[in-house]
Design a protein around this ligand. Structure first.
Ligand code: PLP
Length: 387
C-alpha cells in the first residue's frame, strides 16, 4: 500500500477538491466586501446568502438562524458565554464529563467565576446517565444545558431528542455541540429536535479549518462575543471569511448528497470490517456502545499496551489514527472520556481511535488488518504488564 491511510477523520478531514474549486474565485477576482454598496460587493453578499441557505438546509434550519464563526470551538464558546450572559449570573450550567474541551473548559471557566456548574456522568458504555441528567435538571431556577450530540473519541451518540425535550420541560435553554454528528447522521434536524443552539465545524465535513457555524433558534437570546460591525445580524462582527463560507456551503451540499445516497452505510460497513478483524486480537476491547454510535468511529483498547507506541508503529506503516483526543495526546494523562466511562486501567492507556470518511476504501481496511495485529503482538511481547 502506497502513501497514507488516513483513519483520523474525527480530528480533521481532507478538503474536498470540489470545495477547493468553489472557493478559488473568492481568493482572486471576486474579492468584493459583501457589505459594500456597489454591485461588485453585492454579488459576493448574494453568494454568502446562497451558502447560508445550504448550510441551513443541512440541519433543517431557517437561514436567518445560521451564524458563521471562526471554528467549532468559537461556536461552542459563543453559545455558552453568550447564552449565559443573556440569562444572568444566577444561571445553573449543566454539561457532561465527556464533552470536547471547547465546552468543558468553557463551563469550568464559568465555575471559576462563581457559576453553579454540574457535570453529568456517563455509563460504562459511554451513553448518557439519564438519572444524573434528570437530577441536574431538577435544580431550581434558571438552567443552561450544553451537551454534545456525538462524542469525538468514542463516537457514542447521546439521546439529544430526549435530552432536549426534558430540558424544554424544565424550562432550560439547550445547546448541543454537534460537530461530530452533522453530516454523519441524518437525525441532526432542528425542525424535529427542540435544541436552542447547535454548533458545528467546517473541517470535520471536508471544508477548511477555521470556519464554524452556530445555529440559534429564533427567539433564543444570546449576547455576542465579538462586538463591532453589523455582520451576521450583529451577532458576530467582522468582515466575513468569504472563501471559507462559500466552501462550507459546497461541503454542506455534498454532505447532504452523501447522506441521501447511503454514504453512512458504506462507511459503517468498512468500520465494522475493521472492528471484526481487530477484536480478534487477544485482550482487545471496544470502548463505547455498539448501538448508539456514529457510523464512522471505532475506539478500541489493546490491554497492557501503550496507545502512543501503537500509533508510532502504525504511523511508520503509513496509518494515521489517534489515541483519545488530539488535545489530550502529547500529555501522558489518559483521555477524560475513557476515564469517565470507568475503562479499566489496563486498557485506558491503550485506546486507539479509528475514524473513517467517504474517501476510505475496503482495500485500506485490509491493509490495516495486515499491520495492526502484528504491532499488537510485538508490543505485547515488550509489555511489563503481560502475565
Ligand atoms: C473538532 C471538535 C470541536 C472543535 O472544532 P474546531 O473547529 O476544531 O474548533 C468541538 N467539538 C467537537 C465534538 C469536535 O470534535
Amino acid at each position: 500500500m502506497n502513501g497514507t491511510i488516513y483513519l483520523d477523520n474525527n480530528a480533521t478531514t481532507r478538503v474536498d477538491p470540489a470545495v477547493v474549486m468553489a472557493m478559488m474565485p473568492f481568493f482572486s477576482e471576486r474579492y468584493g466586501n459583501p457589505s459594500s454598496m456597489h454591485a461588485f460587493g453585492g454579488r459576493v453578499h448574494q453568494e454568502i446568502e446562497n451558502a447560508r441557505a445550504k448550510v441551513a438546509e443541512l440541519i433543517h434550519a431557517d437561514p436567518s438562524e445560521i451564524i458563521f464563526t471562526g471554528s467549532g470551538s468559537e461556536s461552542d464558546n459563543q453559545a455558552i458565554f453568550g447564552g449565559v450572559e443573556a440569562m444572568g449570573r444566577d444561571t445553573t450550567v449543566i454539561t457532561t464529563r465527556v464533552e470536547h474541551p471547547a465546552v468543558l473548559q468553557s463551563c469550568r471557566h464559568l465555575r471559576e467565576q462563581g457559576f453553579n456548574v454540574i457535570e453529568v456522568g456517563v455509563m460504562s458504555d459511554g451513553t448518557l446517565n439519564i438519572d444524573d441528567y434528570s437530577a441536574a435538571l431538577a435544580t431550581p431556577g434558571k438552567k443552561f444545558v450544553s451537551m454534545m450530540w456525538a462524542n469525538n473519541e468514542t463516537g457514542v451518540i447521546f439521546p439529544i431528542k430526549k435530552a432536549a425535550d426534558k430540558a424544554a420541560a424544565a424550562g432550560a435553554v439547550f445547546h448541543t455541540d454537534a460537530v461530530q454528528a452533522v453530516g454523519k447522521i441524518a437525525e441532526v434536524d432542528v425542525s424535529k429536535i427542540p435544541v436552542n443552539m447547535l454548533s458545528f465545524s467546517g473541517h470535520k465535513i471536508h471544508a477548511p479549518k477555521g470556519i464554524g457555524v452556530l445555529y440559534v433558534r429564533k427567539g433564543t437570546r444570546i449576547s455576542p462575543l465579538i462586538h463591532g460591525g453589523h455582520q451576521e445580524g450583529g451577532r458576530r462582527a467582522g468582515t466575513e471569511n468569504v472563501p471559507y463560507i462559500i466552501g462550507l456551503g459546497k461541503a454542506a451540499e455534498m454532505a447532504m448528497d452523501e447522506l441521501a445516497s447511503g454514504g453512512a452505510k458504506r462507511i459503517s460497513a468498512m468500520r465494522d470490517k475493521l472492528q471484526a478483524g481487530l477484536v480478534k486480537c487477544p485482550d482487545a476491547m471496544i470502548n463505547g456502545s455498539l448501538n448508539e454510535r456514529l457510523p464512522n468511529t471505532l475506539n478500541i483498547s489493546f490491554q497492557y499496551i501503550e496507545g502512543e507506541g501503537m500509533l508510532y508503529h502504525m504511523s511508520d506503516a503509513g496509518i494515521c489514527a489517534s489515541s483519545g483526543s488530539a488535545c489530550t495526546s502529547g500529555s501522558l494523562e489518559p483521555s477524560h472520556v475513557v476515564r469517565a466511562m470507568g475503562v479499566p486501567f489496563t486498557a485506558v492507556h491503550g485506546s486507539i481511535r479509528f475514524s473513517f470518511s467517504r474517501y476510505n476504501t475496503e482495500q485500506e481496511v485490509d491493509y490495516v488488518l495486515s499491520v495492526v495485529p502484528k504491532v499488537v503482538d510485538k508490543l505485547r511481547g515488550l509489555s511489563p504488564f503481560v502475565k
